[in-house]
Design a protein around this ligand. Sequence first.
Ligand code: FAD
Length: 357
Amino acid sequence: MSREYDTIIIGGGIIGNGIAYHLSEVQSDGILVLDKNYPLSGTSGSTQAWIWIHSKSPSWYAEFSLYSAELYGYLQRKIGDIEFDRAGGISPFFTETEREQAFKLAECQAEVGIEIQVLNREDALAREPALSPKILGAMYSPADGNVNPMRLVEQYMRASKKNGVTFEYYNPVTGIEKQQGSFIVTTAKTVFRCKKLILSAGIWTRELGKLLGIDVPVKPVRGQIIITEPLAPLMKHTLSIMRQTSNGEVLVGNSQENAGIDRRSTLDVMIETANMAVKYVPDLAKAKVVRGFSGLRVMPEDEFPIFGVVPGIENLYVAALHSGITLSPLIGTLMTELITGGETSVPIDRFSITRFA
Ligand SMILES: Cc1cc2nc3c(=O)[nH]c(=O)nc-3n(C[C@H](O)[C@H](O)[C@H](O)COP(=O)(O)OP(=O)(O)OC[C@H]3O[C@@H](n4cnc5c(N)ncnc54)[C@H](O)[C@@H]3O)c2cc1C
């Protein structure tokens, strides 16, 4: 016998959990979140977790990201401490060409309400004394920040459970069929039936889409991060390659590799990352690295989020995207609006999966 729900969300990462929480605020029961592993076992547990706005391009994408950043303060008040820190973001530069590009970017972003100050060396060092004196300057924006992704998922789940959401872990979805207005979702342990189905399984969304004959063009892009021992407060801002957590650890890394589904760390990238850390913040040369990890970015073919309805299959929704930490509250809000009322407060047409048809 199958277990019935109104809505099943496949994927218990930051995206699936964000949607579950926001949806549960307006739909009191009948929501199930399914995951093949445990919360944070996917990309959401292996991320930098910057809430990053200012250098996103084109400007409409930065503006979209800004809307999400604006929601974080309210979210934290509603679900509890997620170590949200709107520290401001700094992108240092080392060449005159980069300085020129920074001025151009600042002009574009100003048109959509994103403030970027292009600082000279002295002003950048005054704002962020940990930076290398070898920089030529830096972009600074108060729009950016960071969050603790572990706390975020934990608090989403706690609040969702209070609102009646059910969670099922260590239970992979192996089959999906559409039958007479319902989806039959077969898992390793049981069979579920639901009216609405949301595919938010990160890089595995492509695999799940195939079960329904749709292509969700996302691929894994590996990123490797090194983590230092907890250090005394060293940097005040989120830097474009690193951040310091509230307990003092520094997470460094922005590597990008097409390595398939392979989360191993490699010595060459770790060394490159360590060198880059010291180039930006020389004091890190004295820090001890305590561990490293790698994660698989959920990268859509054109790099922009894929979310919304899947035309042609009634009540099927998809949400697969990079920058999921930045965008989580906005995606959760917009998907809830879409699922419950069919319309969204922010236009989302450009994010439709139909653009790949
Ligand atoms: C190194 C790195 C740095 C990053 N830095 C940032 C950053 O600074 N800021 C930012 O905004 N974003 C950043 N990102 C991106 C961000 O982390 C992701 O966009 C986000 O975590 C994606 O969340 P998700 O819920 O879509 O996927 P996931 O967290 O991967 O969740 C998907 C879930 O689906 C489950 N699943 C898969 N298949 C099945 C199945 N068949 N049945 C049941 N469950 C299934 C998986 O077990 C998994 O738990 C970074 C990513 C990486 C790798």
